[in-house]
Design a protein around this ligand. Structure first.
Ligand SMILES: [Zn+2]
Length: 115
């Protein structure tokens, strides 16, 4: 686990940070569930502008994250939130790579004297 004050790594189960001495808060399960992002907006944008297959997977995970949040399941909400984020990122990377490749191909064919 990590100290919330100085960010240094502390022994699992330690009550105080070995670096700065701040009391280590045992991860409050219910008070920070609302802070978990479900990345729904990002996944929808990924679907619309980048890569539909990746975006849809991301939306599915985002919705699951939202549902887990509503039912108060922190572990699942975190898990799906991460997945949704990762799939969105992959979708964006794929989308950009695709656009660049497309641009490169059209650039090359435009300057090809044989065409
Ligand atoms: Zn500390």
């Amino acid at each position: 686990m990590f100290c919330q004050k100085c960010g240094s790594e502390c022994k699992e189960g330690a009550l105080f940070c070995s670096n700065c001495g701040a009391p280590l808060v045992v991860q409050g399960e219910s008070d920070n569930i609302s802070n978990i992002p479900d990345h729904l907006v990002m996944s929808i944008l990924t679907t619309l502008f980048c890569c539909i297959p990746f975006g849809i997977v991301s939306i599915v995970y985002a919705v699951k994250a939202g549902m887990s949040k509503e039912s108060g399941n922190v572990e699942k909400a975190r898990f799906y939130s991460k997945k949704a984020f990762l799939w969105s990122i992959w979708g964006i990377i794929f989308g950009i790579a695709f656009v660049m490749l497309y641009g490169l191909i059209s650039f090359l064919t435009m300057h090809d004297p044989l065409c």
